[in-house]
Design a protein around this ligand. Structure first.
Ligand code: ATP
Ligand code: MG
Length: 285
């Protein structure tokens, strides 16, 4: 296997024949830093959750999965967190859909009354549900850089109008299906990011991961209350701790965040497991 690339959480290898092997590590990133402390089992949880979703989205968009068995020669410790995938020519846009307003979308709205150029009604608060889901793409930044918002016109300039419309429609369709299914299980998908790419046969295919706590904001529906930050199923414990005086870390310093305390690691792992179990109805072993 030839090592091709290591992103924030995944390693990519080329298999004989041209397919990719994507291996998710237990690493967690926050505020555009890859943290030095892993979250045990996170790689397996995210891989299994993505596979579950790929199946449920198969009639919305084709996906890159070829098989989930470990290829010959792969270390046994990759079991459960490796996927053989078609190699795609990835679209250089991060495709984001939002059904609720928070985070960078909220900041954009407060500054401009719009998110990525999509105008929104007055009076929306942190956590508000949007009148309808919107497409809010960003640039695809290199490791350590921050993704920047793009307007649809900017995407059109980069890809052409036809492709931009397909990216938008596919992203919104994935969001709608995911949000609907998750809500039946008591989870609000506030927003999600997908990565699309071109297969050799010209098809637009869903790659990377999908509807995981790393790529999405998951909120417990029974605690949803616009007007404040929502409790969430993702890296919230990590983010909160890093920003607390206890961590001694200054986000503006540009320095690497400190190691996470055991308690934060355990609580974060439990959240990832809970999201997996609630969504899939399976028990994580
Ligand atoms: P980046 O790679 O830009 O740093 P990231 O840190 O989120 O982003 P990871 O998720 O760790 O990256 O690694 C996955 C990488 O593999 C991403 O760059 C993603 O675009 C790429 N990728 C995912 N699926 C495919 C595929 N089927 N074919 C080619 N590349 C893929
Ligand atoms: Mg990624």
């Amino acid at each position: 296997m030839k090592h091709l690339h290591s992103g924030k959480v995944r390693d990519l290898y080329e298999l004989p024949g041209g397919d990719l092997l994507m291996v998710a590590r237990d690493t967690i990133s926050a505020f555009d830093h890859v943290l030095s402390t892993p979250i045990p089992d996170k790689g397996r949880i995210l891989t299994q959750l993505s596979l579950w979703w790929f199946e449920r989205l198969a009639d919305v968009v084709p996906n890159h999965v070829v098989s989930t068995g470990l290829p010959e020669g792969a270390p046994a410790e990759w079991e459960g967190r490796a996927v053989v995938a078609r190699r795609l020519d990835m679209v250089k846009v991060e495709c984001v859909a939002r059904g609720y307003l928070t985070g960078s979308g909220l900041a954009d709205y407060r500054a401009t009354g719009a998110v990525c150029g999509v105008p929104l009604p007055d009076g929306l608060a942190d956590g508000s549900r949007l009148p309808e889901p919107i497409f809010t793409p960003t640039t695809k930044a290199d490791v350590g850089d921050h993704d920047e918002p793009m307007t649809l016109a900017e995407v059109e300039a980069a890809t052409g109008a036809d492709v931009a419309a397909r990216l938008r429609d596919t992203t919104l369709a994935v969001y709608r299906r995911g949000a609907e299914l998750a809500l039946e299980r008591g989870i609000i998908v506030a927003d999600t990011k997908i990565e699309l790419g071109w297969a050799a046969d010209g098809a637009l295919v869903l790659g990377d991961e999908v509807l995981t706590p790393d790529s999405s904001r998951f909120w417990p529906a029974d605690a949803w209350e616009p007007g404040r930050a929502q409790p969430s199923f993702d890296k919230q414990f990590v983010r909160d701790w890093l920003l607390s005086p206890e961590s001694g870390w200054d986000r503006a310093s540009g320095e690497a965040p400190p190691p996470l305390p055991d308690e934060i690691v355990e609580r974060t792992r439990a959240k990832y497991v809970e999201a997996y179990e609630r969504l899939t109805g399976r028990t994580f072993t």
